[in-house]
Design a protein around this ligand. Structure first.
Ligand code: ADP
Ligand code: ZN
Length: 604
């Protein structure tokens, strides 16, 4: 990755979109496309595909033409871009010709960054546009429409196949959320993409085997690394450490045991860092011991294993870091060691950090800890964390390999989920447990939950058993925790299918032994409620609704729910602090910041 370009892209991301970091894949794709390469992008819906061509457009001195099959979506995107201060236009048949002429004139003058159009219009006009407009990039959204293998074939898309011969020097980026291998190949072939940068962004990486272990001590950790080096002598691996000094001492220890390792962290001089990275990429050394500073933009396909000497601060980082292994799709290994010490150290980092991030970081650390402690398929937990559904165990993680005794837990799940539904999803994990057990709690009676049919329906199980099973239901993706809404539980679509008896689930049997050493008094995912944040969030939504009506703009284009939640959590007091809210770019901060700041001040 080109570091200078990456820095510029990050600055634009903050300035125009108000986001502090890239989603998985975005940085790499933006870099490749801005560098003039074709690209084939598969990303789940909501993964953030739009940025993959919008940022290269902002980085260039010209125009990006975006081909999109849906007129409504086009207009929406243009409105969203304009709200962020990015000049964009849409050219399609629902627009009066006079408007279109004006839009094209603006584009000709170099005053437009993105021009959205339909495939029909593109095919009809591209000859003319290529001569008159400063076209620097073509983005083809919903690119699977070109393929008969895809689920949504549209004949007009096939006329795009001449695109590379029409504009041989203009990079083309094809994007889709739903293409299998066959369809992807077909898209590339039909568009005649040249050596495209490929990104395949389902969150699942089935070729990476996952193992999580309590820290067995340094000697055993080193032995494990030696074993991996021995197993993959021609390939390489990364050892992630929590601190610079730990990275250094681990490097020394590995060298002493005869392994060709280098160290990498942000405290090293730039030249030494570059040299370490170069040696690793070229394969001159096989192991790098690094802090999290290492890895961004490392596109090395033969990294076979990643060892975490310590627990990372959150699941996103963990997944990103293990994802550096096995880019070639071949079997790869991820091993994580964790200890109470890690959790304490991470806790301290959070407490010392910027107050606005504390709540959310604490939450994320709790999820990471729950992942480390869990007794369910690791991959299912990870994917359900990223809201991807997986209804079967993976068979390629330590839990799957030494499986706990399982039983058909369908009835247990049905009892719990029916209780949740009968309270209208107004309970958290503790209260759910107590309702199921028929506990005499004042707040259960006062809210009438002792009169629902499932009250006491689970009295045959102990509180510890319910804790364990409810945790599993969360980790298996049957129940979702609304962290922004008092940790209330909601059945997921998968959970609903189980309630309706359409699917069965296996649960890990509770045994005293498995639970020993764990906190038995509470389910893993249940942490402090956030009731005033919740109230502020509701207030901010009302403010947004009123403003949307006043300026006649869809509410979600003012700020997304995610932005309002972030706002409610961070509670900015100044415009400067407001800029830290996710989604608050320069233009939106100036336009809407004062309004929301005064709502927050009033609330306080
Ligand atoms: P897709 O087209 O892949 O379905 P979008 O491009 O519409 O997804 O992005 C989905 C949502 O995620 C949008 O609200 C977008 O603003 C947001 N988003 C995209 N990239 C980021 C990022 N790096 N950080 C935070 N939010 C992002
Ligand atoms: Zn598994």
């Amino acid at each position: 990755m080109n570091p200078e370009r990456h820095a510029r892209a990050l600055a634009l991301l903050r300035r125009f979109y108000g986001y502090g970091s890239f989603r998985p894949g975005q940085a790499e794709i933006v870099d490749a496309v801005a560098g003039g390469r074709d690209a084939m992008v598969l990303m789940p819906t909501g993964g953030g595909k739009s940025l993959c061509y919008q940022l290269p457009a902002l980085l260039s001195d010209g125009l990006c033409i975006v081909i999109s099959p849906l007129i409504a979506l086009m207009d929406d995107q243009v409105t969203a871009l304009l709200a962020n201060g990015i000049p964009a236009v849409a050219v399609h048949s629902n627009r009066p010709e006079s408007e279109t002429r004006e839009a094209l004139e603006q584009a000709r003058l170099g005053r437009v960054k993105l021009l959205y159009t339909s495939p029909e219009r593109f095919v009809a006009d591209i000859d003319k546009w290529a001569r008159t407009l400063p076209v620097k990039l073509i983005a083809i959204d919903e690119a699977h429409c070109i393929s008969q293998w895809g689920h949504d074939f549209r004949p007009v898309y096939t006329e795009l196949s001449g695109i590379k011969s029409m504009l041989p020097s203009t990079p083309v980026i094809a994007l889709t959320a739903t293409a299998d291998r066959l369809t992807r190949d077909d898209i590339e072939q039909q568009l005649a993409l040249r050596d495209p940068f490929r990104w395949t962004g389902s969150f699942d990486r089935p070729n990476i085997s996952i193992e999580v272990r309590p820290d067995p001590g340094k000697a055993r950790r080193i032995a494990r690394v030696r074993e991996l080096v021995g197993k993959y002598p021609d390939d390489s691996g990364i050892v992630y450490c929590l601190s610079r000094s730990k990275a250094e001492s681990m490097t020394q220890a590995l060298r002493l045991s005869g392994i060709n390792a280098v160290c990498y962290h942000a405290g090293m001089p730039a030249a030494a860092r570059e040299e370490a990275q170069r040696a690793f990429i070229n394969g001159d050394v096989s192991v790098v011991c690094a802090t999290v500073a290492f890895g961004m933009g490392i596109d090395k396909s033969n990294i076979r294993w990643v060892v975490h000497n310590n627990m990372p601060a959150n699941i996103e980082s963990y997944y990103q870091e293990i994802g550096r292994a096995g880019r070639d799709g071949l079997p790869a290994e991820a091993v994580m060691f964790h200890s109470v010490g890690d959790a304490i150290a991470l806790r301290r980092f959070i407490d010392d950090s910027d107050s606005s991030r504390r709540g959310i970081n604490t939450e994320k650390l709790a999820r990471m800890q729950a992942f480390a402690d869990a007794a369910v398929c690791r991959r299912r937990m990870l994917l359900s964390y990223f809201n991807e559904e997986m209804t079967r165990d993976c068979g390629n993680c330590d839990v799957c390999r030494s499986a706990p005794v399982r039983f058909d837990g369908t009835t247990v799940v049905q009892k719990a989920l029916s209780a949740v539904l009968r309270t209208d999803c107004r309970v958290g994990a503790y209260m759910l447990r107590d309702i199921l057990r028929g506990a005499q709690r004042h707040d259960i009676r006062s809210r009438g939950f002792d009169r629902i049919r499932t009250f006491g329906a689970g009295a045959d199980l102990s509180a510890a058993e319910w804790n364990y099973y409810i945790s599993q239901m969360i980790q298996l993706g049957l129940l979702d925790v609304a962290y922004d809404d008092g940790n209330r539980l909601h059945p997921t679509p998968f959970g609903m299918r189980v309630v309706r008896g359409e699917e069965r689930v296996m649960l890990a049997q509770y045994t005293e032994e498995r639970q020993r050493g764990r906190d038995q008094s509470r389910p893993a995912a249940a942490t402090a409620p956030a009731s005033s944040t919740e109230a502020l969030f509701a207030r901010l939504k009302a403010v947004r609704r009123a403003e949307a009506a006043r300026i006649k703009m869809p509410p979600y284009l003012i700020f997304s729910d995610a932005s309002l939640k972030d706002m409610a959590m961070k509670r900015p007091r100044t415009l400067e602090e407001f800029r830290e809210v996710s989604g608050a770019g320069e233009v939106k901060t100036a336009r809407f910041g004062p309004l929301f700041l005064s709502a927050i001040a009033e609330f306080a």
